[in-house]
Design a protein. Structure first.
Length: 677
């Protein structure tokens, strides 16, 4: 069946989002729990409010009668009676008590559907729900995320956080509950929630599960209409899972981009059907027998980047070290692909088998070891409270866990002792995979170090063409465009994004010559993943960059061929060695054949951001001009030494001469150019 094959492919490719409706909760808690359905919950609320004397008998009878009709307007009116009668708008505690005593007390009696959804979540599928209960968040061991929390919702969408997206609220946040017409009206007028829902449907295939009545509500109904009109020309489908006997009725509704898919003749067939959608490499998370455990080892690792090339050997080394019992530190400069490598390792089938739980923690917003401990506890799904490190360590010890800590330099630089303590405690009960900018590692654990280097020419070409398109494979400018990225994966990706859709590279190359580092940006200018200048600036602003190191950077930004050790010592004197050490430890500069150099995209950022002191600039200019003046000796019997010295510094000489030509006193530079020619 073509539709089923397409659905399975969307899930295998992690381009699907499951929207779970009341049917999934009913399957989990059993049909005997009447308030598991939306209309059953409204009936319960009406009787609860009447019992408190908050609605009169006549209103109760009218609203109970409305629940038996298929009129959505009257159903919403009845729901609004509950919300108003129990004081949701006023923050009345009675509304909170009612939620806790109903959807807050659900007990799973049949774990089959939650288990299947948990396995899909473990594969990397985002789960959203219109339910108010905690069935899915408990099954997956992740927190509920509300659309009203913009930052968390965006992090969830971007794969940076784990959670279940509760489109219509969660019982523990009573104000978030979308129950009656008033709250549905707020959703319709919420720019962010409408944007979020449309972004989800534009980015991936929505798969509606257990949503028989939900798709007719005032929120999802208009969303489906938007998909079927605005997104009509898109090529990815959306799916509605239903019983086989209901397929024709759903097709009769006339949806074009939302296709019904039958899961079997009865409701009991839903769980096996969902299980059949789990890709072969999806790690089993919990047994289908009995209720799910509170934390069934979910996979928290974000999806690896597309077109991940040139790192097979590094992946093998990291996997082998982790399986052998070592903690692994991935080191290197910004943009070299450290985060992508950790994500790739986290999704390796051998790592999944050895570590049922893999927890990915981003540390870029932390400043101390205490902040880091809190981040780890939050990523584990622990509730806020005192002593987060102790509670995190206790939780980590409950099952084999790979703790992936990304951007560890952020808390380590200001608080090395605190971070070392956190690592020592966590590393005693869990395996740690760490990514850190630079060439130094935190104390507290023994590390198997893995330093990432730039991509080779073939891998760089493959990555660029994989993203920009094969039509550029024979372009004469391709080697030059790839060359300025200098094997840095982030720079290659950003250049490829600029080249996407082009039939040749002439305009892109012209833009590079005019814009340089400013071209290496996609979207926001303050995101290290989409702006190369921001990525490099994090190192330029590091407290570990010494004044001498910054002084040396100002010179290196002007030197395409790097700086020879002898000339470095002449220019910086006794501070030269310490300055070079600072840059090498930060992985800003690299040592090659007794020369210190910057990767091309790094050099372009440094050139734009770091200005050398006038005295240093003058000394560098004099040194390069003096070398150019040796050109007069070429062709003589004693000119071989001059030729050798000029050859190794040729690009540097050209670069410096270009800069000093703008100066008022440039006659000596002009004479030097004549000599060099």
């Amino acid at each position: 069946m073509a539709l089923l094959d397409d659905l399975k492919k969307a899930i295998a490719d992690k381009r699907a989002i499951i929207v779970a409706g009341a049917g999934t909760t009913i399957a989990a808690v059993g049909p005997g729990v009447k308030h598991a359905s939306w209309t059953g919950l409204i009936e319960h609320g009406l009787r609860w409010a009447h019992g408190l004397g908050r609605i009169d008998p006549g209103t109760l009878d009218l609203d109970l009668a409305a629940l038996k009709l298929s009129n959505m307007r009257k159903l919403l009116s009845a729901a609004e009676t509950v919300a108003d009668g129990l004081g949701q708008k006023d923050g009345d505690g009675e509304f909170t008590i009612w939620l806790r005593e109903t959807v807050g007390t659900f007990k799973v009696s049949n774990a089959a559907v939650p288990t299947a959804l948990t396995r899909l979540h473990a594969h990397g599928i985002l789960l959203a729900t219109t339910n108010y209960d905690s069935v899915l968040s408990q099954a997956c061991g992740v927190p509920a995320t509300l659309p009203g929390d913009v930052a968390k919702a965006i992090r969830l969408f971007r794969g940076e956080d784990a959670g279940i997206l509760h489109l219509h609220g969660h019982w523990e946040a009573p104000a978030s509950i979308v129950l009656g017409s008033l709250k549905y009206g707020e959703i319709a007028q919420s720019p962010f929630q409408q944007f979020l829902q449309r972004m989800l449907s534009a980015d991936a295939s929505l798969v509606f599960v257990g949503c028989g009545g939900t798709v007719a509500d005032p929120n999802l109904g208009p969303l489906l209409s938007w998909i079927d009109t605005v997104l009509l020309g898109t090529e990815h489908r959306h799916y509605f899972l239903c019983r086989d006997s209901e397929v024709d009725a759903w097709r009769g509704k006339g949806w074009r981009r939302v296709q019904p898919v039958g899961f079997g003749p009865g409701h009991a067939d839903l769980a096996p059907f969902l299980e059949s959608l789990v890709p072969v490499d999806g790690a089993p998370v919990i047994s289908a027998g009995g209720p799910p455990s509170p934390r069934p080892s979910p996979n928290y690792v974000p999806r690896p980047p597309e077109h991940f090339v040139g790192r097979d050997a590094e992946v093998e080394k990291a996997v082998a070290a982790l399986l052998a019992g070592s903690h692994v530190a991935i080191q290197g400069p910004g943009g070299i692909g450290k985060t992508g490598l950790t994500q790739h390792v986290g999704h390796d089938h051998r790592i999944k088998a050895a570590f049922p739980r893999r927890v990915f923690v981003r540390l870029e917003a932390t400043g101390t070891g205490a902040d880091m401990a809190l981040k780890i506890a939050t990523a584990l799904g622990l509730e806020a409270g005192p002593h987060p490190l102790e509670r995190a360590v206790a939780d980590l010890g409950r099952q084999p866990t790979l703790l992936i800590l990304d951007n560890a330099e952020t808390p380590w630089t200001p608080d090395p002792h605190g971070v070392g303590q956190v690592l020592a405690e966590c590393g005693a009960v869990a395996r740690i995979l760490l990514s850190i900018r630079g060439r130094q590692c935190p104390q507290g654990l023994s590390w198997q170090r893995l330093e990432l280097d730039r991509l080779g020419e073939g891998d760089a070409r493959s990555l660029f063409l994989g993203l920009a398109g094969p039509q550029l494979a024979t372009d004469a400018l391709l080697p030059m465009v790839i060359g300025v990225a200098d094997g840095v994966p982030l720079a290659i990706r950003l250049l490829a994004a600029q080249a996407d859709g082009l039939t040749d590279l002439r305009d892109l190359w012209a833009r590079w010559l005019a814009e340089r580092a400013a071209l290496l940006r996609l979207g926001r200018a303050d995101n290290r993943e989409t702006d190369f200048t921001t990525s490099v600036s994090l190192s330029l602003e590091s407290p570990r960059l010494t004044p001498g190191g910054r002084r040396l950077l100002g010179l290196l930004g002007r030197l395409p061929d790097g700086l020879a050790r002898s000339l470095r010592d002449d220019l910086l004197g006794q501070n030269a060695a310490a300055a070079a050490t600072s840059l090498v430890q930060l992985a800003l500069a690299r040592e090659e054949k007794d020369r210190l150099r910057l990767l091309v995209p790094v050099r372009e950022v440094v050139r734009a951001r770091v200005t050398p002191a006038p005295a240093d600039a003058a000394a560098l200019h004099d040194a390069m001009i003096a070398l150019a003046e040796l050109g007069d000796q070429l062709g003589r019997e004693d000119g071989q030494d001059a030729a050798a010295r000029i050859t190794v510094e040729f690009q540097n000489i050209n670069s410096v001469l270009d800069m000093v030509l703008d100066d008022d006193g440039c006659q000596r530079s002009i004479d030097a150019i004549v000599s060099l020619a």
